[in-house]
Design a protein around this ligand. Sequence first.
Ligand code: ZN
Length: 199
Amino acid sequence: MEKEGSPQLKKEKELADLESLFSKVLDNLGGERDRQGLENTPLRVAKAMQFLTQGYDQDPAAIIRSAMFDEEYSQMVLVKDIEVYSLCEHHMLPFFGKAHLAYIPNGRIVGLSKLPRIVDVFARRLQVQERLTNQIRDCIQETLDPIGVAVVIEAQHMCMQMRGVQKQNSVTTTSAFHGEFLEQRTREEFVNLISAKLH
Ligand SMILES: [Zn+2]
């Protein structure tokens, strides 16, 4: 017999706990608790929050390692406009936008679909945009060991736009560079490429 139960059972218990907690949250907000539409809301919110934080159970380095290939390509590999949806850790409200990633291979490349996947793994945790940016860079650097890595994220934060200062159209940009991208010339090439409308 396992002491802690299976991961599946643990998730089910977590879901039931979250449901009852969100039920209490609803009791404390608005006083419209009897409306039919709200009846199953605590369970729906619990499931949504489990989904939006599932990145804690996933290993981004393993995702990259699952698709690394020896290849002598040595120019910049750039994937831009990757959609990012995350939750800010201060308000648990969404922030979302685009990520642009680049690396310069050092004898190894990674399957291109893995880059958006690791963005999702880190984004589906409670985050600040700055740490999200650094974590993506560090994960690529540590697993693929390329000559350089660059990550830029542009995002809108609902905690700014819907509340607080209510700056409706502000976009926050963060960046993280490593290796060759610390050189101004390479960084400029990357920034020009992500700014250009090539498609
Ligand atoms: Zn926030």
